[in-house]
Design a protein around this ligand. Structure first.
Ligand SMILES: [Zn+2]
Length: 579
């Protein structure tokens, strides 16, 4: 059984349009063109490897030469021409693999044959595979033929890299874009083959092969063959296929995500260790984890569930787990994970690099919870400040006290400087919770304290107004528990040139503080002064910038300069420098 199997890719290569898997948009169009005699003379078949470009080219060649087309516009398979095609003995089809034969001579040899009409049949078909690999001189030689082909010649160019095809070629071809084949279609196809060959299969095993093939049927078929060869009892089992293909069981990712959601760092590290012990590569693991989070994310919106390309059995698991994860968690985890992915190759301690990533992700929920607690605190504290802002906008006389109704409404969303917040999380919050546009401040007084996301005004302002707004902001930060060093920074002398506020900072620490507070500060100023063009620029006093780091904070800042990731780490994990 096994020996006869090594050839299933060739044995089960489709020979009619109807047996082509997962490209019905192309086969339908081609059949219609044949039926209505509107066949182009040059085609460009684009798409990933192993999805049926060459197969379709051959079927097209066979079909248009068939002497006895069926009513479904399929080759009969019995006429002289069809038989010649089936035996690879037809003189009407010429194939050139440009990946290995890309010289001018190769293409001249092909072009020479174009001059002679077919002796039997109607058309001569020239298939050039990987056409983007032709040398530019070969391309030019070919272009002339393509411009004025004899009526019996049909060119089918295939490529995996459409962007490399010259516009002069593109403009002369009818272009077909082949899809990656859906895993479900591939699994179905394998199931049919297994049935015909008397192989017993577990559906999950076939789905795993389909996943791993990533949309390529040819790869799926060779993996199928391989697994049948390894099987001792003509049965494909999920567990064995997993081993044979060296695929990480997705159960690991489900277990790991459970641990991460629970904030269980130890368990996360142990699971990662288990994966490494099974011989999986850390980078491969990170990529898989990202894919897992991405799948959970698309599950959260009914509109995007269709983007989930997993087996039916896995689908419910994804839906369950995605219900347990917040969107903030997933977006933050994706952000941390992709950072780890990008910097993996450069990391000196790659294992630690991934472990840090897991630790950060395990901390997300903590920080998010902390953040929302802090929000509640801030709501209480900022009511007075917010009310002042409202009052300032409504009338020149400030009202000192808040009305009770105001206290129940969300008010100022400025980030509390004393509270650590994940960069992504806090950004999201600012975006999500902003007042909707279109609401007038007069009708919704409590909303006016929030920054309108689409501020369009460019109102002139005086320096006094700017100073006042700046001082108000500093005061709000102070009331909300802002650090003393931040107040020192905010109390620097400011000057204004046009819409650019300029200040001179004492040191790198102040620079860091300013950058942390800048989004909130600018948002507040732009809103208060109704001018969206406001910018802040700063300089660091020369004498200090060159000084050697002295305080722990300065030393840390110096380290950040060398490795900016430290700042993110500090922010994400809410770490503080010990003084
Ligand atoms: Zn035929």
């Amino acid at each position: 059984m096994a020996e006869s199997f090594v050839v299933s890719a060739r044995k089960y290569r489709p020979v009619t349009f109807d047996s082509v898997v997962g490209q019905s948009h192309i086969t339908t169009t081609l059949k219609n063109a044949i039926r209505t005699h509107h066949l182009a003379q040059a085609f460009l078949f684009c798409g990933p490897r192993g999805v049926g470009k060459t197969t379709n080219a051959r079927i097209l060649a066979k079909t248009i030469n068939c002497q006895n087309l069926t009513d479904e516009v399929e080759p009969c398979g019995t006429c002289e021409s069809c038989v010649a095609f089936q035996n690879n003995a037809s003189f009407n089809v010429h194939e050139l693999d440009a990946a290995s034969n890309n010289s001018v001579d190769d293409i001249r040899h092909l072009i020479d044959q174009v001059r002679y009409p077919p002796q039997t049949g109607k058309y001569k078909i020239y298939i050039i595979d990987e056409v983007h690999m032709l040398s530019s001189s070969a391309f030019n030689a070919f272009l002339k033929t393509l411009e004025e082909p004899p009526s019996y010649a049909i060119f089918i160019l295939a490529t995996t890299e459409k962007h490399k095809i010259l516009p002069t070629i593109l403009s002369r071809c009818q272009i077909f874009d082949f899809n990656r084949i859906q895993p479900r279609d591939i699994a179905d196809h394998l199931e049919q083959i297994a049935l015909k060959e008397g192989i017993k299969t577990e559906r999950e095993a076939l789905e795993l092969i389909a996943q791993k093939a990533d949309g390529g049927l040819r790869d799926a078929l060779s993996m199928f063959d391989l697994n049948v060869t390894f099987s001792t009892d003509d049965t494909l089992r999920y567990k064995e296929v997993l081993e044979n293909l060296h695929v990480l069981d997705y159960d690991y990712y489900f277990r790991l995500t459970d641990a991460l959601l629970a904030g269980d760092i130890s368990q996360s590290l142990l699971i990662f260790n288990e994966i490494l012990n099974k011989g999986f590569d850390g980078h491969q693991f990170v990529v898989g984890l990202l894919e897992h989070f991405r799948n959970l994310l698309v599950c959260q919106d009914p509109a995007t569930i269709q983007l989930l390309e997993v087996s039916e059995s896995a689908k419910n698991k994804y839906l369950d787990q995605s219900a347990q994860a917040s969107r903030y968690f997933l977006l933050s985890a994706l952000s941390i994970g992709s950072h780890t992915d990008i910097h993996y190759k450069a990391a000196k301690q790659q294992r630690l690099h991934v472990e840090l990533c897991l630790m950060k992700i395990a901390k997300i929920n903590d920080v998010l919870n902390w953040d929302s607690l802090a929000e509640d605190e801030k709501k209480k504290n900022s009511v007075i400040a917010a009310d002042r802002i409202v009052a300032d906008r409504q009338s020149p006389a400030p009202k000192p006290q808040a009305t009770p109704s105001v206290t129940n409404e969300p008010t100022v969303k400025y980030q509390n400087g004393a509270m650590p917040a994940p960069a992504l999380g806090s950004k999201l919050k600012t975006t999500v919770k902003l007042a909707p546009t279109g609401e007038t401040p007069q009708n919704e007084p409590t909303k006016t304290a929030e920054i309108a996301p689409t501020l369009t005004a460019e109102r002139p302002f005086t320096f006094e107004q700017l100073q006042k707004a700046w001082a108000e902001f500093a005061q709000m930060r102070e009331q909300n528990g802002g650090a003393v060093s931040e107040q020192v920074m905010l109390n620097r002398t400011i000057v204004c040139e046009g819409t650019t506020i300029k200040l001179v900072l004492d040191n790198l620490h102040q620079e860091q503080l300013l950058n942390e507070v800048k989004p909130d500060l600018l948002g507040y100023l732009r809103h208060q002064l109704q001018n969206r063009l406001l910018q802040i620029s700063y300089q660091i006093a020369q004498s200090d910038a060159k000084r050697n780091p002295y305080t722990p904070q300065e030393k840390f800042n110096a380290l950040i300069e060398k490795n900016p990731h430290l700042a993110q780490l500090q922010q994400r994990l809410g770490l503080e420098v010990d003084f």
